[in-house]
Design a protein around this ligand. Sequence first.
Ligand SMILES: Nc1ncnc2c1ncn2[C@@H]1O[C@H](COP(=O)(O)OP(=O)(O)OP(=O)(O)O)[C@@H](O)[C@H]1O
Ligand SMILES: [Mg+2]
Length: 244
Amino acid sequence: MENQDLKRHLEEAGTNLHMTLSTVSHELCNTLTLLMGTSRLLEQEHPKITSDENWINLCSDLTHMQAFLADLTAFGSAQEITLSRELLDLNSMMNEICRTCQPLFDSLHKRLVLSCLPFPAIVYADSGKLCHVFTNLIKNGLEALGTEGTVSLRIRSASKEEASVIGSKAVAVEIKDSGSGIPKDLLEKIFKPFYTNKPQGTGLGLPIARAIIHAHSGTLTASSHPGKGSVFTVVLPALPTSSK
Ligand SMILES: Nc1ncnc2c1ncn2[C@@H]1O[C@H](COP(=O)(O)OP(=O)(O)OP(=O)(O)O)[C@@H](O)[C@H]1O
Ligand SMILES: [Mg+2]
């Protein structure tokens, strides 16, 4: 098959997958909304039911399904991401994200630390979507920790090699954890849709995160020392003010 034909077939397959995902998740979302509505109604009419263990499990499964569908929908739209860009300082953004995540870390007795650049790290980016990416990577780091451990966030200037991959001046954000680590042969698989080793996981967090970063002309990569922890690195094109 000619390269052009192959490319066209792949594009068509991608479009079909996207349409199927959108249709399925849309239908399931509608049904789920009805189910959630009925369950709220039942709770109002029979308040005692809220303490029944089976009911609690049912509600928790519904909530899980809702989160899964939200991810599925996000994955569907991640195929054709539209960005609403503005100038952002990654230092301020990561500070804000840390402030939001801190209570969860405190409640689980885990550490979250942030190291910023001593000068503005300006990117032209979609703040909501970047926030989604970093929050997901922090959540993964937290979930990889054992009984104790640390998730460390570091904003730094990108190396020459990192910048050359994206072809512009760049800034990097590392999300490092002292958790279980990832075997070498899984380092790329974890970015494939639906790969998960968590009972409640969707396996969509990383593919969505990567699609969002690619839409910003950046890169998202992982490295790991099994047993010691992992580092996820986001490299984004930076504006000239992102240096001294
Ligand atoms: N920091 C990490 N340390 C170890 N393994 C990781 C880490 N981040 C991701 N993984 C592995 O990659 C898999 C895929 O991650 P991804 O975020 O895509 O989905 P998930 O976390 O399993 O599900 P969800 O994001 O819906 O909760 C995880 O199940 C886990 O096996
Ligand atoms: Mg995840």
